[in-house]
Structures are given as C-alpha cells and as structure tokens.
Design a protein around this ligand. Sequence first.
Ligand code: MN3
Length: 203
Amino acid sequence: MFKLRPLPYALDALEPYISARVMEIHYEKLHQGYVNRLNKALENHPELYKESLEWFLAAPDNLPESIRTAVMRGAGGDYNHSFFWEVMKKGGGGEPNGELAIVIKKYFGSFEAFKEQFSAMANGVFGSGWAWLCLNKHGDLELRESDDQDAPLTQGSQEILGLDVWEHAYFLQYENRRAEYVENWWNIVNWDRAEENYRMIVE
Ligand code: MN3
C-alpha cells in the first residue's frame, strides 16, 4: 500500500505565506485523499502496490484500462504534492545560484524574466492545475502547465519546480486573489532543492 510521505517541515513553517490551516487541510486531508484514492484504485490489482508512482505516471499504458484513470489521478495527486512540499521551505526565496541559475539565464534572459513568465503562466492556469519548470525530453528548459493532477512526467518532461494553483491551495487564505498567492510563494521557494532536482536530471 502507498503511504502519505512525511511533510519535510512543520505545518506552520511556511507562515505567513501559506498558513498552517491551509497546510493542515492541503497535506493532511487532500494529499492523504490522493494516497487513499490510489490505494483504492489498486485494490483489485494488489500486484501493482509494489510499483512506484513514477512507474505509473511515466507509462500509463502499462495499467489495465479499467483502473487507468483512477490510478493516474491518485498517483499524480500523490506525486505532485510530495514534489511540491519539497520545493518549499521556511526562509526560502531569493534566486538559484548554481547550474540552474545559469540555464535559467540562458533560456529566459534573466531570473526576473523567468519569474515573470512563470507567474503569468501560474496566474493563467484555467480551472484546477499546476505550473511547472521542467526539462523536456529534448533537454530544453520549459515552462509547462498541467491540468488537474496530470504530471509533466507523463509527457516525458522532468520536474524542476512546481506550483499548485488549485483553489484548495490558496482560497481559504487568499480568497480569489491567486496572483497574491503566486507572488508570495516566491518567498518560500527552496532553490537548493530545485537545483538538486535539475542536477539529478542532467547528471
Ligand atoms: Mn493541491
């Protein structure tokens, strides 16, 4: 069975940018809900409990058609949220400073230009979804949206940084002011982790 992975910090660690109450609902209730959904979807195929989230997401065709959609929703929800918690931290923000800083500059011209484009994409996601910085299958840095709980991995892109823009991620604290949530989020980005994600893809 799949288990909810531990949050890498306390529920109130991202205050004031993301409130403890939002984190409590988002992590303990909603993220747990995706894990439960995945386990439930697999209950008649227990041999699949030994597989990884990445295995499901990278090759959905391997899954029996009758459970494919349910497994992808649960696995995507679990994978995306676990990834999201890791790319934030207390006292984050600022700018990347290793290899990632160099490639961001190469692809976007400057860190500020990257940040502007990423924010515009995040603010523009229609309905429920995510904003991502990825390395695509051609080895290029790309900004990419995903709907619902789809993971870029399914399209062959590897995630470096991601932002949840489902209303459940911010509505309780920011109401309909998504742009304020996105702007504040830059203060808690864990660039060390994003850098590590990038290095793990390219090395
Ligand atoms: Mn979420």
